[in-house]
Design a protein around this ligand. Structure first.
Ligand code: NAD
Length: 444
């Protein structure tokens, strides 16, 4: 099947490449000339395990093409819109990119093309996009909502073996073609759920808000552990063995980030507000997360008797989670800014997201001269007053603690990812701070 994908970001590029891998002929379209040039040279502009190999293989077999031109839309049976839908000032999803892409697609459509909204869009957006395209073309077209559930870091695997595929539609032809398109990806029996466009749109936000709520919930329990002396690892084991609760998304940390949870939580709250409803749980989820992102600063200030002025902290990791170069809404950004605001500085190392973080920090006058990137995790520690684990990259899990201690000016570890064994760190002679772990002497 001929497929066009508009937007070659984390979702569009992975979707397009994986559709090519299962045999479809795909053209990925983006307005970003540099990105398309990079892709044409067989290189991936993003870090995503396994993706580069698929790009090279499918480009070579002429099933995967890249272009800044929308011409291929004319021949496509399915056109996926996978552009960004970031949060606007008031939290509402900003659909500017989506409508612009929809208008460009409308000009090229052939009769009976299926336009698929892959971007995450608030409930009701399908109808608006349908109207927008309808105003620009006389061609008959079908509109489908197909929210994406891949996770950065395991995006290829998630796309190839989805837990479920959700297809929102309002006509049988589109439903049939979408089932055909996805058939190879659900051959092992994972379900395709057909539903209304409105339910499909809502499902995506409900899923993300629920997962974000789980994270905020466990972070709040961890916070209470800090006061009471209970240990979050023990509590987590105690609750996650209950099948109704499950073990996923119950790891306390520096707060959720990334390009999805923060904006989707905001957008869902906004949708509720527009409908006259106060979505209290979602509001609390965001409030807890905002506090969580800078929780470590409180522990630093406690340890350094109320002031960290002139002190330097070494961040291990800047990506919002492991196995990605994405730093959007990463807790590392918020904690670095908070440290700098009270007179501290930040050194950082990340195996793949360091350059993206550097670009962000350099672009901001408040952080520009207060942060420094390192290309080695140990060099990053020199002259610092504490190691701060911000991302759970594997290479941070079993470091040479003698080397860490040797490099640091102050032997303190602020373990925002709860990576280390408490007793081991104390035995190595560090002051140790984590999220909700019982550490003798640290109980409030
Ligand atoms: P992204 O910012 O990484 O990529 C978007 C791309 O669209 C950019 O390359 C941009 O240049 C391009 N673009 C913008 N306007 C365009 C236009 N008119 N024509 C062609 N290209 C255009 O975004 P993303 O992270 O891939 O997210 C895309 C959507 O998928 C969002 O709605 C997001 O919420 C949703 N989503 C993201 C993830 C994720 O993990 N990143 C997971 C599920 C769903």
């Amino acid at each position: 099947m001929k497929v066009s994908v508009i937007g070659t970001g984390y979702v569009g590029l992975v979707s397009g490449t994986c559709f090519a891998e299962i045999g479809h002929e795909v053209t990925c379209i983006d307005l970003d000339v540099e990105k398309i040039e990079t892709l044409k040279q067989g290189k991936s502009p993003i870090y995503e395990p396994g993706l580069s190999e698929l790009i090279v293989r499918n480009s070579a077999s002429k099933r995967l093409h890249f272009s800044t031109d929308y011409a291929s839309v004319k021949e496509a049976k399915c056109i996926f819109l996978a552009v960004g839908t970031p949060a606007s000032e008031n939290g509402e999803a900003d659909l500017t990119y989506l409508f612009k892409a929809a208008e460009s697609v409308a000009k090229e459509l052939s009769d009976d093309a299926i336009v698929v909204i892959k971007s995450t869009v608030p409930v009701g957006s399908n109808a608006e996009v349908e109207k927008c395209i309808g105003n620009k073309t006389k061609k008959r077209f079908h509109l489908v909502n197909n929210p994406e559930f891949l996770k950065e870091g395991t995006a290829v695997e998630d796309f190839m073996r989805p837990d479920r595929v959700i297809i929102g539609h309002h006509d049988e032809y589109a439903a049939k073609v979408m089932k055909e398109l996805y058939a190879p990806l659900v051959a092992q029996g994972n379900p395709i759920y057909m539903m209304s466009n409105l339910s499909a749109e809502m499902s995506k936000y409900a899923a993300n808000a629920f997962l974000a709520t789980k994270i905020s919930f466990i972070n709040e329990v961890a916070h209470l552990c800090d006061y009471t002396g209970a240990d979050i690892n023990e509590v987590r084991q105690g609750i996650s063995s209950d099948k109704r609760i499950g073990s996923k998304f119950l790891y306390p940390g520096p707060g959720y980030g990334g390009s999805c949870f923060p904006k989707d939580v905001k957008a869902l709250f906004h949708t509720a507000k527009k409908n006259g409803m106060d979505f209290k749980i979602v509001r609390a989820t965001e409030e807890v997360n905002d506090a969580q992102k800078i929780r470590m600063l409180e522990k630093m200030l406690d340890y350094f008797a109320g002031s960290i002025e002139g002190r330097i902290f070494a961040f291990w990791g800047t990506a919002f989670k492991a196995n990605t170069d994405d730093i959007r809404e990463s807790a590392a950004i918020y904690l670095a800014e908070a440290i700098i605001k009270v007179g501290g500085r930040v050194h950082y190392f990340d195996p793949v997201a360091g350059d993206n973080f550097a670009k962000y920090m350099q672009g901001n006058s408040a952080t520009k001269n207060q942060t420094q990137q390192f290309s080695n995790k140990y060099d990053c520690l020199n002259d610092c007053d504490g190691l701060v684990t911000m991302t759970e990259w594997r290479e941070f899990r079993v470091p040479d603690f003698a080397e860490v201690k040797n490099r640091l000016k102050t032997a303190a570890i602020f373990d925002a990812r709860n990576l280390y064994d408490t007793q081991k760190i104390l035995d190595e002679g560090f002051a140790y701070f984590a999220i909700g772990k019982r550490i003798s002497g640290n109980i409030k």
